[in-house]
Design a protein around this ligand. Structure first.
Ligand SMILES: Cc1cc2nc3c(=O)[nH]c(=O)nc-3n(C[C@H](O)[C@H](O)[C@H](O)COP(=O)(O)OP(=O)(O)OC[C@H]3O[C@@H](n4cnc5c(N)ncnc54)[C@H](O)[C@@H]3O)c2cc1C
Length: 550
């Protein structure tokens, strides 16, 4: 079946593909975005979730005398400030404590100079500048941190995007509102090339198996760590572009006893910088950096990575007594870094590139290599200029994005924690979500005892945000599956609502819950220890069976 003609087909619905879709649609191009799995389910979901300039990259810039990396830090700091201003419900300032201990590879003067430079590179920043802590102040502020052997300690500010998945969905919503055709579970099988010029793609719907094709003047390969696999579908000999490294994280349930600020410390065993960051109701510890060959999909932390991260977190937080009993789950992702660098993993540049494959005999094909959550918007602007250079200005001027409603008062009929939850997750779209509960009061009931999320969010996810599985709703449209019981109590409720919306029979709904459990184990190493000690339930959630509608 043919989908017709587009100006640009974007392959990959992670943060970079989504930002490009939003930007190009805003300019008036006809866009088709195809994502093999769910939006944001690749590297975008597997990050440390920081919106930062990257102190580590500043160190690389200085020690490797790399103006490219200095440029990246400056660019990322500008992007951080922009995101703090433009997406305040999703991107929030995050304070970090940086302790320096006797024997650390980075002495205090070195750290302090780095922090000063970091602040100077972002002169009009939203958050305060860094400052130093005395030992007594540190003990008062963060009693859980190790102070034995402490030489100095600093407080500096970066930012966090609690759910990069929602930032990605936000960009895709903008693209959709501008007229883009945005499809998940659509896997590109072939890039069609005729006489050295791209013509379009053949792809299939992963759920139904239906085969389709679409034509376009330009194809943008935004497949992250899968960029080389997508290039192979041209059937041409193409140069390898990605040299991926694996990074792993642990999610710990410290039951309210963890640090209130992020911690950035030198690992005792190898001197690498590691993070312990408050996240949702838990803490994330990361990360490792290991070169990988082969398929970058379905990565999970190896036992030694779990031991390493746990040991380093435990060393820096003796006041908590971090141990295996706190482990909820671990996750890993592949950094889509440029291929060919013969230096250490940490020193490979995090800068992004737009590669034009015309030099390799394929005109109209471009790939995105590298990049960060933080700089996706910036990369999208570069891509937009490239596309304008190739295709000229679009015949129609940019279709304005539909203006979303901003009547936050329209959520006031909901329970206060549900109102707060909606504003926090959806910003100016909160009233649109609440409208579903206004039309059907059963949808104002909570779907889980551990979260304020309500049934209306499930309907909104399916009808407005392309959710097709229980995992799409619990792991990437809401954070219900990312904390406490990993969304297991909510899964049957979500399946019940989806059953009504999508016309599933009982067996299909039961299978959807089983599929969710399988997805948890495919995506995470699930420890179920911290999960055994969830926060006390405030009240019992409503049981949605096949009764919900709207
Ligand atoms: C451990 C780790 C920590 C990180 N921490 C941070 C951080 O704190 N801050 C930050 O700014 N950045 C961070 N990053 C970097 C950032 O997460 C990535 O650079 C970014 O998410 C890449 O997004 P992407 O859209 O290019 O790739 P992805 O998110 O991987 O998206 C590519 C998509 O392409 C799809 N795809 C593949 N093949 C096909 C096909 N044939 N057809 C259709 N679709 C296809 C995939 O399913 C995937 O969803 C981190 C990365 C890692 C790995």
């Amino acid at each position: 079946m043919s989908d017709g003609e587009y100006d640009v087909i974007i392959i990959g619905g992670g943060i970079n593909g989504a930002a490009c879709a939003s930007s190009l649609t805003g300019l008036g191009y006809r866009i088709l975005l195809l994502e093999e799995r769910d939006f944001a389910s690749g590297t975008t979901a597997a990050s440390t979730k920081l919106i930062h300039g990257g102190l580590r990259y500043l160190e690389t810039a200085i020690t490797q005398l790399s103006p490219l990396d200095a440029g990246l830090v400056h660019e990322a700091l500008q992007s951080r400030e922009q995101l703090l201003r433009e997406e305040p419900h999703l991107v929030k300032p995050m304070p970090f404590v940086l302790p320096v201990y006797r024997g650390d590879p980075r002495p205090g003067w070195y750290v302090r100079s780095g922090l000063l430079l970091y602040d100077l590179l972002s002169p009009r920043k939203v958050s305060p500048w860094h400052r130093s802590f005395t030992k007594a102040e540190l003990r008062r502020e963060e009693p859980s941190i190790e102070t034995k052997g402490l030489r100095s300690a600093y407080l500096f500010w970066d930012a966090q995007v609690e759910m990069p998945e929602r930032l990605c969905i936000e960009y895709l919503s903008e693209a959709r509102e501008g007229g883009a055709d945005v499809r998940n579970y659509s896997s590109v099988d072939f890039i069609i090339v005729h006489n050295g010029v791209v013509q379009g793609v053949d792809y299939h719907d992963v759920m139904s198996g239906e085969r389709r094709s679409a034509r376009a003047r330009l194809i943008l390969n935004a497949a992250g760590p899968w960029v080389d696999a997508v290039l192979q579908t041209t059937g041409q000999r193409m140069q390898q572009r990605i040299g991926a490294t694996k990074g792993s994280h642990l999610v710990l349930n410290l039951e309210g006893r963890g640090p209130k600020q992020g911690i950035l410390a030198s690992a005792q065993s190898d001197g690498r910088l590691i993070f312990v960051v408050p996240w949702l109701d838990h803490h994330v510890v990361g990360t490792t950096d290991i070169r990988i060959e082969g398929d970058p999909g379905n990565l999970r932390p190896d036992p030694w990575e779990v031991d390493y991260l746990l040991a380093e977190a435990s060393r820096v937080l003796p006041g908590v007594g971090v141990d295996r009993e706190h482990l909820l789950y671990g996750y890993s992702g592949a950094r889509p870094l440029p291929a060919g660098a013969q230096i250490s993993e940490a020193a490979v540049t995090r800068r992004s590139f737009v590669v034009n494959h015309a030099d390799e005999g394929v005109r109209g094909l471009f790939s995105l290599v590298g990049g960060k959550l933080t700089t996706a918007r910036k990369l999208a602007r570069t891509v937009s200029r490239t596309v304008q250079g190739e295709l000229g200005r679009p015949p129609t001027s940019g279709r304005p994005h539909a203006l979303p409603s901003r009547g936050t008062e329209r959520v006031s009929f909901l329970a206060p924690e549900a109102q707060e939850g909606l504003r926090h997750r959806y910003g100016h779209r909160a009233a649109d979500v609440a409208a579903y509960a206004g039309a059907n009061t059963t949808l104002s009931e909570r779907i889980s005892p551990f979260h304020p999320d309500i049934g209306a969010q499930v309907v909104y996810a399916v009808e407005q945000e392309g959710a097709r599985t229980v995992g799409d709703v619990l792991l990437r449209r809401t954070s219900v599956g990312l904390t406490y019981d990993l969304g297991r109590a909510a899964a049957p409720n979500v399946a019940g609502i989806m059953q009504t919306l999508l016309g599933w029979d009982d067996e299909r709904a039961a299978q959807a819950v089983r599929d969710y459990e399988m997805e948890l184990h495919r995506t995470f190493v699930v420890f179920d220890r911290g999960a055994g000690r969830p926060a006390p339930a405030v009240d019992e959630p409503h049981r949605f069976e096949a009764e919900s509608g709207g």
